[in-house]
Design a protein around this ligand. Structure first.
Ligand code: SF4
Length: 239
């Protein structure tokens, strides 16, 4: 296969991104909530020794990347990843891996179970990293208003917050919509309620479906909201 006949977009979808250095690919992996098992870390270390240059890079979205893999080794690397249950990250017009802090799993400030919410988005809603969409789309979860993972800066941002309006001052979920980074960064706007987990899941489902249906190619959610107006957007997702 020559460089002209390689389907780079298909490789990107499978987690192999073309490097600046000709002939090399970086393997991008991801794992739910950023928790890699010991065996998976050992396998990635082995892959980096065998096919890369013996080092691994941690991405801002909690994936681990192994650079300097040659095209002819990709199939072998994929076999090794499948055997170890390591999922591939992605790039391009697709859903990125959902990022979360530990939340109440071990952080003293944590108000919500961030890992459980991330897993429910994938398992209950089928909204999984690599899903084809008009443009890149990110979901970020933080366990409390300290927002260590900066949920305000992604399309859907969620953080734990005490619902002061509730009689028992229970912890719930605050939601930001329409944030993004890039060259025209935006902070998402915060919805004015504190939600239950099932309500948050319903919002995530509606917003992703709306974006998939209505956004133009290469249009981030922030720009789609600006185009149609925030009130119309909220009506569309019934909020
Ligand atoms: S956002 Fe809150 S719960 Fe998450 S790591 Fe930061 S302080 Fe802990």
């Amino acid at each position: 296969m020559t460089p002209q006949t390689i389907d780079y977009d298909a490789l990107k979808k499978r987690g192999f991104l073309r490097q600046k250095q000709e002939g090399f690919f970086v393997l991008r992996t991801r794992i739910s909530s950023g928790i890699y098992k010991k065996e998976q870390l050992e396998k990635l270390a082995e892959i980096s020794e065998k096919y890369g240059r013996g080092f691994i890079h941690a991405t801002v979205r909690q994936g681990l990347e192994v650079p300097f893999i040659r095209f002819q080794d990709i199939a072998s690397v994929e076999n090794e990843l499948d055997g170890a249950g390591i999922e591939r990250g992605t790039s391009g017009p697709r859903l990125r891996s959902t990022t979360s802090c530990p939340g109440n799993n071990w952080c003293k400030q944590g108000l919500i179970d961030t890992f459980s919410l991330g897993q429910r988005i994938e398992k209950d809603l089928g909204i999984i990293c690599g899903m084809d969409l008009p443009h890149k789309f990110k979901i970020t979860i933080s366990g409390c208003p300290n927002t260590c993972t900066r949920p305000q800066g992604t399309e859907i941002g969620i953080h734990g917050q005490v619902d002061v309006a509730s009689s028992d001052k229970r912890a719930g979920f605050a939601v930001y919509l329409g944030g993004c980074g890039g060259r025209t960064p935006r902070n998402g706007f915060k919805l004015d309620k504190i939600y239950s987990e099932s309500e948050v899941l319903a919002i995530v489902k509606k917003v992703v479906a709306f974006f998939k249906d209505k956004a133009k190619p290469k249009q981030r959610l922030a720009l789609l909201i600006e185009e149609i107006g925030r009130d119309n957007f909220l009506k569309e997702i019934s909020e």
